[in-house]
Ligand binder design. Structure first.
Ligand code: FES
Length: 163
């Protein structure tokens, strides 16, 4: 799967509260058009299968598609880490990835997962209010303690180009 083939919901679509993903854990999500645009019929092509890894004080987002054969990485829901818990692993053929999405072991070594740019935004007092994006709180910025995430939502910005 290439970046150009990926459907994305509108910038700023809320994925989940930051508190929903414990540190050193992963969680999978499927976003559809109906998540971001109320009352629209879900188009099967408008679907983003993704996951987030909370590690080293950051939230890292990825498209759930292995660069080897394009399969989803996990066999069991929300289980994207290897036995050591220090790398992502594809359950199909064992490719392993670091937090940048780079494959360092397995059949697609040297290739990369497609990364997603995430941001942390304050949770609105009224859930129907849209929260403004705060660039200073983008995932990937300096680590913050867990308490700093307690009242934040994780939102999707878009695809993140590899540096
Ligand atoms: S499909 Fe992921 S390692 Fe083969």
């Amino acid at each position: 799967m290439r970046g150009a083939d990926i459907w994305l919901p509108p910038r700023g679509t809320v994925i989940c509260p930051a508190s929903a993903i414990e540190h050193d854990e992963t969680r999978g999500f499927v976003l559809t058009a109906s998540d971001s645009v109320p009352n629209i019929a879900t188009d099967k092509d408008k679907r983003l299968d993704m996951f987030i890894w909370h590690t080293q004080g950051h939230f890292y987002g990825f498209v759930n598609s292995c660069p080897h054969l394009g399969l989803p990485l996990e066999t069991f829901p929300d289980r994207f880490l290897n036995a050591m818990g220090n790398a992502l692993i594809c359950s199909a053929h064992g490719a392993q990835f670091d937090a940048t999405g780079a494959c360092f072991a397995g059949p697609c070594s040297g290739d990369n997962l497609i990364r997603l740019e995430l941001a942390l935004v304050p949770q609105p007092a009224d859930p129907s209010d849209a929260a403004p994006l705060d660039a200073s709180l983008k995932a990937g910025s300096p680590p913050q303690n867990a308490a700093a995430h307690a009242d934040k939502n994780i939102v999707l910005i878009g695809l993140l180009a590899h540096s």
